[in-house]
Design a protein around this ligand. Sequence first.
Ligand code: MTE
Ligand code: MO
Length: 319
Amino acid sequence: MLIKKPADILPSEITPEQVWQRRREFLKASASGIGLAALGLAGTAPSRVLAGDAIPNIQPSPLSTNEPPTSLDDITSYNNFYELGTDKGDPKANARFLKPRPWTVTVDGECAAPGEIGIEDILASFTQEERIYRLRCVEAWAMVVPWVGFPLGDLLKRFEPTSKAKYVAFETLYDPEQMPGQKRRVLDWPYREGLRMDEAMHPLTILSTGLYGELLPNQNGAPLRLVVPWKYGFKSIKSIVRISFTEKEPPATWNRMQANEYGFYANVNPAVDHPRWSQKTHRMIGDGWLAKKRETLPFNGYGDQVAGLYAGMDLKRFF
Ligand SMILES: Nc1nc2c(c(=O)[nH]1)N[C@H]1C(S)=C(S)[C@@H](COP(=O)(O)O)O[C@H]1N2
Ligand SMILES: [Mo]
């Protein structure tokens, strides 16, 4: 059997997962002093900015889990993104409508330096960190996603929030041409979400610009989406165009739709059932539909890091 050395493998034969695996080899090799040219990875700079393009200079995060990641195919073909359709397969099928370049995010509200920031500036200014996070969804499935991102707090600080800034509000793009799902009023568009300031500044709260070492696919919320790994999936708002500092709790789409089903906090909590289903167990995508469900942990397993944010709060009331 012929075993190919990395140098013999054509770029076209490499799947994104292999690229990601090779980057791990690359990081190990750099740490141990092996030349990059030996791995055939020297001078690989992206020339375009599209999903599928490698993001340079990614550093592994100490906050990553050791769990094996979900496959790229599952992460990009089983999605919730109502702007691109309500079925799990719709966001991938309609991904081409969304144009993530050029893209500008407006930052305003209770801050001393409101303004706009373009996606290129975001990509160039903030350290890229690889983190492997679970994103669990209220529909009771979970994935382990190797997100590329940076702490939300790094971006927020640049706009100098004032002492009146108690919450951060987020808004998705409203443009029915790019987001055909918005032609029907299935949700109160644009999609909105919010975090309390201390949640927003926590190092586990990231803005993601990519996954598996490449720019975000449109169906996962290109070019910029929130990831809050200890909360249910709906908090992790996609394709963000506005971030506002507010004094009062901002409106959140699912909370406004069905307040008894979706709380503002939405911390993963096996002790609080959704009115229509138990939240004690979940299905891990990739395990297969017949596999045994897994036990759901409080705060999605991140309790040691984040439980302190809610000290003294009744989490059955503030769910
Ligand atoms: N703008 C917007 N953001 C969104 C959604 C959406 O419909 N629109 N769905 C949310 C829900 S319910 C989930 S579970 C996650 C799914 O993220 P993924 O498709 O990348 O796994 O995105 C969240 N962010
Ligand atoms: Mo979800």
